[in-house]
Design a protein around this ligand. Structure first.
Ligand code: ZN
Ligand code: ZN
Length: 268
């Protein structure tokens, strides 16, 4: 069992609960490591106005309070196009692409199915493959732009594409840009996360990334780390058994665990 989860949210951003509620559950589940990773402050459409200082000071307080029970790391989920973390207390960052910059505007791509469809219609003439291409072009820069510790939900662009209703993920117009971004990011030697969030909510049958991409990650020698992207206590480590089994099926024999001294690897 993986006893660590580093992609989690609280009411300091768009999560439902306090850091204390989340940690209580993490302790109950027997986790050894737990990372808080609030979204950074964003002043963009569907803004997440995280009070970064209040968030960090609450995490510091909780870490002290629970220091004998669980190892807490303070992280932040950075926005690709908004740059790097500037808080010295933040020990790790997740590099994520929730926004594209197109036609002079920031476009949020994971807010809702309807908004996703209208973005495609208004900015890509309804051509999902153009949308996909722009997404992966932006995603390919995520480590350079955020200097992240690991990469969050690499193929978030598939969020509303269950059953390939919008675009065919086996089409070269999808796979070519995805694999180009993967090849570019692989060079940084930063782990990619397996993110169970949409799978656990039963919104997707695939994890992030899909099996196709996860297999390619293994072939290319990428490292992985498993996270839930929990927005409530019930989601912490949910879907991890499935993530481990799919990672093994793709050839992985270990995953990464983040400690205060950096990554260590654990067999699966
Ligand atoms: Zn995210
Ligand atoms: Zn997240």
């Amino acid at each position: 069992m993986i006893k660590a989860d580093y992609h989690t949210h609280t009411y300091f951003c768009d999560g439902d609960n306090s850091p204390g509620d989340m940690i209580e559950k993490a302790v109950e589940l027997g986790l050894e490591y737990y990372g808080f990773s609030s979204h950074c402050f964003t002043d963009l459409p569907h803004e997440i106005l995280t009070d970064e200082k209040a968030y960090i000071s609450e995490c510091v307080k909780i870490r002290k309070e629970y220091k004998d029970r669980i190892n807490i790391l303070i992280g932040m989920e950075m926005e690709n196009l908004l740059g790097k973390n500037s808080h010295k207390e933040v020990e790790y960052t997740i590099g994520s692409t929730h926004y594209l910059f197109v036609n002079g505007q920031y476009l949020c791509l994971d807010y809702s199915k309807d908004e996703f469809a209208s973005l495609c219609k208004n900015h890509f003439c309804g051509d999902y493959y153009k949308f996909v291409k722009e997404y992966y072009k932006t995603e390919a820069e995520v480590v350079k732009n955020t200097d992240c510790t690991f990469i969050g939900h690499f193929d978030l662009i598939t969020k509303f594409n269950e059953g390939f209703v919008l675009f065919d993920e086996s089409d070269k117009r999808y796979t070519d840009p995805a694999l180009e971004a993967l090849a570019a990011l692989k060079e940084y030697e930063v782990p990619f996360e397996i993110n169970t969030s949409q799978f656990s909510r039963k919104k997707k049958s695939e994890l992030y990334p899909s099996m196709f991409i996860l297999k390619k990650m293994h072939e290319m020698g990428c490292e992985i780390i498993i996270n839930s992207d929990a927005h409530s206590p019930a989601m912490i480590i949910s879907g991890f058994d499935e993530a481990v089994s799919r990672a093994k099926e793709c050839g992985f024999n270990h995953v990464n665990i983040l400690t205060s001294k950096g990554f260590i690897q654990t067999a699966i």
